[in-house]
Design a binder for this molecule. Structure first.
Ligand SMILES: C[S@@+](CC[C@H](N)C(=O)[O-])C[C@H]1O[C@@H](n2cnc3c(N)ncnc32)[C@H](O)[C@@H]1O
Length: 259
């Protein structure tokens, strides 16, 4: 049985429709310089019981579609720990060197549970970069303005930019134009790409969603492999990455003419 349901090669990007672990276990080693991923946060309840009661893994795909959400966001904490540990274990087979790095977005409530799960794959915890959204979230009290990332390396990390601190400022993706319910802004994703990879290197995103990591990668002349298990979000990613690839070809073409 193939490890994926569909594979699309678009310029310097290869996109797989399928489950992150199954695809990563079933494809040839990628030789990736970095994994940049935005997995489900699974933080929708104050307790494990509340999480299960609120939505439960059993939500049917039609219901998810109705509320424009994605599958996998209501796993228990243990489920997410297994998933991310598995991704980290498999990434070691796909890394191009011991300097390869892993950055995974996560909700602040889950840091204490997820960091040890990833560390248990043999990775070294390097930092906890923060995305400052430059705007306050809903509610009162200490209104949420940031999201966290867990940043790991296989051994000593190889970095390619000194332009950024561990607080990266970028406005959110616009609610009117975004194409995925939790779309990450390209400005933020380009910062992560620039720090962790050099032009021509390959980035893997096993939770691709609408493909923001891929668009940022192609914008900066990197190669990209993305995995997404939801066919609708996969289509969105294909479309956005096709457009990014077209734009980068145009830029290259214009450069060649001018030379
Ligand atoms: C937080 S979203 C990513 C959004 C993305 N960063 C963007 O800007 O569009 C997480 C995505 O991971 C996908 N996902 C969840 N579990 C998965 C799995 N086991 N394998 C592959 N994709 C998965 C979901 O369908 C969802 O689209």
């Amino acid at each position: 049985m193939p490890a994926y349901l569909r594979k699309e090669v678009i310029g310097n990007a290869t996109l797989y429709l399928g489950d992150a672990l199954t695809v990563m276990a079933g494809i040839e080693p990628l030789k990736a310089a970095a994994l940049i991923g935005d997995p489900p946060y699974c933080s929708g309840g104050f307790s494990e019981a509340a999480k299960r009661q609120a939505k439960g893994q059993g939500l049917r795909s039609e219901t998810l579609r109705e509320i424009e959400w994605f599958g996998g966001d209501n796993m228990t904490t243990a489920g997410l720990q297994w998933l991310l540990r598995g991704v980290a274990v498999l990434f070691k087979q796909h890394a191009d060197s011991q300097g390869a790095t892993v950055t995974l977005f996560c909700d602040w409530r889950m840091i204490a549970m997820l960091a040890p799960a990833i560390e248990s794959a043999g990775l070294r915890w390097q930092a906890m970069p923060v995305w400052d959204k430059q705007a306050l979230g809903l509610g009162t009290g200490f209104r949420a303005q940031h999201e966290c990332m867990l940043h790991f390396a296989i051994a000593t990390p190889e970095y390619h930019s000194a332009r950024f601190g561990n607080v990266i400022r970028s406005p959110r993706a616009s609610a009117t134009t975004r194409e995925h319910p939790t779309e990450k802004p390209l400005q933020l994703m380009r910062s992560l790409v620039e720090v962790q990879t050099a032009p021509g290197e390959l980035i893997l995103d096993p939770f691709m969603g609408g493909g923001s990591t891929g668009v940022a990668a192609l914008d900066l002349d990197r190669r990209f492999v993305g995995i997404e298990h939801d066919p609708v979000h996969f289509e969105t990613a294909c479309r956005r990455i096709e457009e990014a690839s077209r734009q980068s070809r145009l830029l290259l073409g214009e450069g060649a003419e001018a030379a």
